[in-house]
Design a protein around this ligand. Structure first.
Ligand code: EPZ
Length: 428
């Protein structure tokens, strides 16, 4: 596996352009399978989760053509399979979206369970409950989740937990169902609104996305559309946190400041000066971070996907901070990596107590999951000296051109490719 090697201790300075949102792309791309004609999706991030989704769609019979680096044309007219095998689904959490999209298109779906980050138990009971309410017969056999629904009918569905995945999946299955579907206690993340906007641009009738009650009135068919994915809230937040962590001065472009509000508020509390423009934010930090308590919540709360990155900033804060995880059972596995670098963190269940130290030190560490990997990069940029980060496949799942983007901000970061093949020893 490749490694990142970072020579840290330099303040980040310059401008970075944020890519399209991973968590919107992994919903919007399968959603294109619901159309009766080709879709063109713009601002698609070049990340391995997107490659995995597109490869799976191709295996189902969709024709995929890159028009340029970030624009993909998807022709779903020849989709002839409803099976997403374990090999096709391996490593991607968003494989579950094939359930909703294929039930909507083919009235049948057989999909291997989702992979992705290990954040504790990742159930899909709310997705299944939603499909069943719409009239699908769901089963799990030989490790595959299967759904059959000769007719999908609109229904009223109350989610027991606010789930991004279940909200998206139910929307995907409901857009072509007969009648009205009401999703209550729905998730409100920006990528839910983005998916609804995309589906509406294809002729769907979805109201209320972005609130906790979403109404989907089924339509007979959807047509292909051209659509541009929103900027990635978490990629932006990661660069903002990195700017703060290194005492930097960074302008982020192609962002939606409204989507960054909870992150901006916390970073301001930590001591950053942040100026918002229409599609940019400017982050300047010229002091030691102040302590700050953070609790993650579904949107519009502070995003769980930014928890490891902000916790990393707080390792060098002046004082003790408490970080509480309010979404996942287990999202502090990265803490032991930061402890290897000299951070003072005590984790107790869903809470981490972080006592700020003057500085953290370089060490060989690993990315235990995607956002934990981003946190390791921030830590490596903070620590004076050379930090090596292993297991970086996780980071490739969600960050486009991360080496190039950080290098352009003045960071000394390199990808060291794994040496393949035989080891050759030099002669004495
Ligand atoms: C999405 O995961 C994101 N992934 C995650 O981002 C993100 O952490 C998460 O939402 C929360 O914001 C994608 O969009 C691809 P959930 P998802 O269903 O949909 C419980 C990243 O780093 N739950 O909102 O899988 C679940 O256990 C990734 O980019 C049920 O109990 O998350 C969790 O505690 C990591 N039953 C909570 O709900 C269900 O059926 C929220 O999960 C579904 C979920």
């Amino acid at each position: 596996m490749d490694k990142f090697v970072i020579n840290g201790g330099k303040a980040l300075k310059g401008e970075v352009r944020i890519s399209g949102a991973k968590n919107a792309a992994v919903a919007i791309l399968p959603a294109a399978m619901l159309a009766d004609s080709p879709c063109v999706i713009e601002n698609v991030p070049e990340i391995s989760d997107v490659t995995a989704i597109l490869r799976a769609m191709q295996c189902l019979g969709a024709e995929i053509r890159y028009i340029n680096r970030s624009t993909v044309q998807i022709d779903p007219t020849h989709i002839n399979s409803f099976i997403v095998s374990k090999e096709m689904a391996d490593g991607m959490r968003a494989s579950s979206y094939f359930l909703g999209a294929l039930l909507g298109r083919m009235h049948r779906a057989k999909v291997a369970p989702p992979g992705g980050c290990n954040l504790g138990v990742r159930p899909i009971d709310q997705h299944i409950k939603g499909f069943e309410a719409l009239g699908a017969e769901m089963s799990i056999e030989n490790g595959m989740v299967e759904g059959k629904a000769p007719i999908l009918r609109g229904a009223s569905i109350y989610l027991d937990v606010v789930s991004v995945g279940a909200t998206i999946n139910i929307m995907l299955a409901a857009v072509k169902a007969k009648g009205l579907t009401v999703i209550e206690n729905a998730a409100r993340e920006p990528h839910i609104v983005d998916l609804a906007n995309f589906l509406n641009s294809m002729g769907a009738n979805i109201m209320g996305a972005g609130t906790n009650v979403i109404k989907v009135r089924g339509v007979d068919s959807l047509f292909g559309a051209t659509y541009s994915i929103i900027p990635d809230q978490i990629e932006a937040g990661t660069y903002m946190a990195a700017a703060v962590a290194t005492g930097g001065d960074v302008l982020l472009t192609n962002v939606t400041p409204k989507h960054l509000e909870s992150i901006t508020a916390k970073l301001r509390e930590i001591g950053a000066d942040i100026t918002e423009y229409d599609e940019a934010v400017h982050v300047v930090m010229n002091r030691r971070p102040k302590k700050c308590n953070v609790k993650t919540f579904p949107h519009p709360g502070f995003p769980t996907d930014m928890q490891p990155q902000i916790a990393t900033v707080l390792t060098i804060a002046d004082g003790t901070s408490i970080v509480t995880e309010g979404v996942w059972d287990s999202r502090f596995r990265y803490a032991e990596q930061l402890i290897l670098m000299g951070a003072d963190i005590q984790v107790d269940g869903k809470m981490a107590v972080i006592t700020g130290v003057e500085a953290i030190n370089p060490a060989p560490v690993k990315a235990v999951d995607l956002r934990a990997g981003a946190a390791m990069i921030i830590a490596g940029l903070m620590a004076k000296g050379t930090t090596e980060i292993d297991n970086i496949d996780h980071i490739d799942r969600g960050y486009e051109n991360i080496v190039e983007k950080f290098s352009a901000l003045g960071a000394d970061i390199k990808r060291i490719p794994k040496i393949e093949g035989r080891v050759v020893f030099k002669r004495a």
